[in-house]
Design a protein around this ligand. Structure first.
Ligand code: GRF
Length: 202
């Protein structure tokens, strides 16, 4: 299956996915990285020989135009699956309509706790002792789609946002590879709020 990854940040999750595809851990052709801004992920894609496309909101006249342009770019790439790995924009209706139930997202908290762009900071501010990460299907909301997998990560007394987020990302990278491999190999069964994936055979 053809895979496109969406990212906006340092791209460490993208890089881990790219390594997993190259190693045959994820049965996919990594077609491209798509981002909303020039970012370190673009540099990693270049180093890995993966085409990168920037579709920046500033280049389009409003959110709907950007959503349409992003959808058009993604459709051109003919992906079977999209993985959002640190993409810091809400995917609009044009993108969602083009790839229904075909977009995975990873979030650095145990949803439904701490949705949104500051999950790690919010968890620390709340004083939780356990946080973690969630891989879910993307729906029209913010981090609200059916959950596919979660893993817990302890919060240590002297944690700050960076130390906790790095500890979560170590777990998140491997969870994302496992779920992406299983979903690309066997698909997803969605029954209301319950989305089930099957670990890749073998
Ligand atoms: C990940 O924790 C992701 O869940 C969050 O941002 C981080 C992306 O990390 N949205 P990176 O840019 O892949 O290093």
């Amino acid at each position: 299956p053809r895979l496109v990854v969406l990212a906006s940040g340092t791209g460490s999750l993208f890089a881990r996915l790219a390594e997993a595809v190259a190693a045959g851990e994820v049965p996919a052709e990594l077609v491209a990285l798509v981002t909303d801004r020039p970012c370190a992920a673009v540099d990693r894609a270049a180093a890995l020989g993966v085409p990168a496309h920037v579709v920046a909101p500033a280049d389009h006249d409003g959110r709907a135009a950007w959503d349409a342009a992003l959808a058009a770019r993604l459709v051109d790439l003919r992906p079977d699956w999209l993985v959002s790995a640190g993409f810091m924009r809400i995917l609009g209706p044009a993108v969602l309509a083009a790839f229904p139930q075909r977009i995975l997202n990873t979030h650095p908290a145990l949803l439904p706790s701490f949705p949104g762009a500051h999950a790690v900071r919010d968890a620390l501010a709340h004083g939780v002792r356990v946080s973690g990460c969630t891989v879910h299907l993307v729906d029209a909301g913010t981090d609200t789609g059916p959950v596919l997998a979660q893993e817990a990560v302890p919060v240590l007394p002297d944690d700050d946002e960076d130390s906790l987020h790095e500890r979560i990302k170590v777990v998140e990278r491997d969870l994302l590879v496992r779920v992406t491999a299983g979903v690309l190999a066997s698909g997803v069964d969605v029954d209301g709020r319950r989305a089930t994936w099957h670990p890749a055979a073998g």
